[in-house]
Ligand binder design. Structure first.
Ligand code: FES
Length: 294
């Protein structure tokens, strides 16, 4: 038995807004009975005010799926569709207080159902909603990454970004992807690396172009600056092609490096050193630096 808090237990044992809305304006169903969880959500929307006046759900799932779906209907009733489009699985978890990590996919299923319903509504009425794309509608495209659970790259990317996920285990807990045969784990890891690399880059302050101050730095600071340019501007480009680089020494203006991986045996290594490595050091530090390979 999972260790649920009192609020989750209350919404599981006394779920609010269970059922269907016969004349619903927006409906969506997500999940799959064969995978263990499914949720159908019904929304009544006032077209004049774009407000959700009623919401109901039917779910096939565990206690946390019932509690997540139920509290989601309470969250969105009274919201405009623009506000509801911004509701994420984090809002569901926050309103419930907490969910066990292994059950986070239930909150994600709620967010998915809501966005699918709003996506369908927006498509039908020619509207644009924040955070909702055509891919959120029932006929979403996305590339299936996990065949066992039918999870797309779009969903995995979105859940990683929203919840700041960093490990494969977390992606499985939040989306189920990777939780059966494991054949998709490499692809999930690739998406994790991509998303987190982009996020890390965005959080770092921009590197400034060379200002002429480099020559006034102490030798230690010069080495640190060169290492920073290598790490941020050069290494990622080389690693994308299976190569790498390490800084060996700084002797006056001579920067000694070693190319690694496929770069070490590449016929274009001299060009890489001059164009990419030396080019970036000139751009961000000093035109006087000369790069050589040891
Ligand atoms: S393809 Fe993802 S677990 Fe099987």
């Amino acid at each position: 038995m999972w260790d649920y808090n009192n609020k989750v237990m209350d919404y599981f044992l006394n779920p609010r807004n269970v059922g269907e809305i016969a004349d619903a304006d927006a409906v969506a169903e997500v999940g799959n009975m064969t995978c263990g969880d499914a949720l159908k959500i019904f929304l009544k929307i006032d077209p004049a005010t774009r407000t959700i006046t009623d919401a109901k759900f039917k779910t096939f799932g565990c206690a946390s799926a019932i509690a997540s779906s139920s509290i989601l209907t309470e969250i969105v009733i009274g919201m405009t569709i623009d506000e509801a489009a911004k509701v994420t699985n984090r809002d569901i978890v926050d309103r419930l207080g907490e969910l066990p990590e292994e059950k986070m996919h239930c909150s994600v299923m709620g967010m998915e159902a809501l966005q699918a319903a709003l996506g369908n509504y927006a498509k039908e009425h020619g509207l644009t909603l924040p955070s909702v794309t055509d891919e959120d509608a029932d006929d979403h495209e996305g590339r299936i990454v996990c065949k066992c659970f039918g999870v797309t790259d779009v969903k995995i990317r979105k859940v990683i970004e929203l919840n700041h996920l960093t490990t494969l285990a977390q992606v499985t807990e939040y989306t189920k992807a990777g939780g059966a045969c494991g054949a998709c784990l490499d692809q999930i890891q690739q998406i994790l690396d991509e998303v987190n690399h982009v996020a890390k880059k965005a959080a770092e302050p921009e590197m400034k172009p060379a200002s002429g101050d480099f020559s006034k730095l102490s030798p230690v600071k010069k080495v640190l600056k060169i290492q920073e340019v290598i790490d941020r501007e050069i290494k990622p480009a080389l690693e994308r092609d299976g190569g790498g680089i390490e800084l060996l020494d700084l002797d006056g203006n001579m920067v000694k490096v070693r190319l690694l991986g496929v770069c070490s045996s590449c016929v274009n290594s001299k060009l890489t050193l001059r164009k990419l490595v030396q080019g970036k050091l000139h751009e961000f530090l000093s035109q006087d630096l000369i790069v050589s390979e040891e």
